[in-house]
Write a protein of this length. Sequence first.
Length: 553
Amino acid sequence: MSALLSSRTWLWLFVLALGAGLLVGLSSWGVVESSEARYAEISREMLASGDWLHPRLLGIQHFHKPPVTYWLTAAGIAAFGPTPIGVRVPAVLAVLAQVVLVFGLGKLLFRGDARHALAAAILYGTFPVVLISALNVTTDAYLMLWELAAAYGILRYLHGGGWRWFYLFWVSLGLAFLTKGPVGAVLPLMVVAGHYFRQSQPRRPFTIHHLLGLGLLLGIGLSWYVYLVAENKAFLDYFLWKQTAERFANADAFKRAKPWWFYLALVPVGSLPWVVALLVQGIRTRWAALPQQWRNVLLFWVVVPLVFFSLAKSKLLLYLLPIFPGLALLTVYYLGQLTDAVLYRWYVVMSAVLALLMAGLCLLPALAGPLGIAAEISPLTSLWPAAGIVALVLQQVLWTQVRVAPRLLALTVIFALTLLLTAKPILHQNQLAGGSMRPLAEWLRAHRLDQRPVLVYDEMLPSLAFELNRMPITLVHDNDDLKRETQFEADSSWQQVLVNANDSSRQVYVRRLLRENPVLVVRGELEDYRAWMLPYFPQQEHFGPWTIYYRSW
């Protein structure tokens, strides 16, 4: 029991350390185009309007995703205001909860061995892809939370737990469906398949609880969809075809097409540094020597989802989050089979590699120019990796822990925290290059221009709307990204915020806007055939790739 309590204590200490690393400086850069800014602005508009069922982006209904992510983000904004920290805190909490759930899954798979479960939780919480999911808000952090909760609930039930775990499975599956649709079932179903495949596990009898659980899934997961379809029958085709089938099969539908091998290249990067140990030990371990349970984890938790997501035409790194719990658990299993002598060799190699990486981060301000890195990096940024190196040296010198495994885990925690604390000043220094319009919004506020009408030429900038806490008016020329789905609008009022500048019938409205002494935001310079607008804007200010046109009071 003392070992279990000790492992739990270390788990919570790790969660606190990781939470601190994620929260420090969390608001030092603005929300980033395009995904994070969309979720932030939709949530801000939802909170302002009080309409929780019809998400709107820059005033126009936007049904690309179910509403759970918007609800949680709006809750963060309600608590902390319309700020980046308000947007990101719920995602950070979701990732910390994921770490705890991986610990729970590890205890089940490692037959109650809390030390191995703790190692899996730490590995998962320090994977770069998991840290990215906490710092750049999308649906994926929340989807992963529900998937892990469902996976833990069903595995706990199948290992002899009570019915409450069975209901956790169905409720979490419903929330996953209400977060991103059917894709939320991938990991939980793979966990069930892995539990039974060639393991001769006893079957749990079918009872009324199964029907009640299915009812919970349908009631929670389909509630929003059914409401909208009842409101407008066109939503049925929209959800089934455009947002599900086309997103999976049509490479051009959402402009996220990537080659089939895209994930094979990114998975190793997303799971550094442990992917090296996993690959080496996986190759060295004969298939026949691998217990059936861990074969199933490899097959159903990693390989099958990897193939499934690779077949999809629309690909982003965070879509692949469901395979990373399996990678963490497999890595701990493989390393757990090694002697302390072999583990120590891994410890020496990883210490050297991570120290070199942190030294490289220290030199980044000096090397950025010669290496052609188009980023502003202050010399003070080197303080964080320098502190990481000091922590690494102190850990080597002062830690008298005889066992090697805890030292390996401490090593990866130090490196992960160093990466987090180094990245945030760089993100702050390169906000415009990174896709945040905060510097531009701050300039408008400083010059008291933020309350004038703000016109944006041929670009969608939800990050600017979020930072100003009000919607700009978009003038459309030929940007395909501005083709909005207006078929669900009840009237034509949306044309007041999305104006076709090529439509001669809208010129009267455009000229009326120009007479209201607005601010015009343009990527680059205003095009020659729009030169007739320039007399309305005698002053200009340049911000990176953007130009602000305005008239002083």
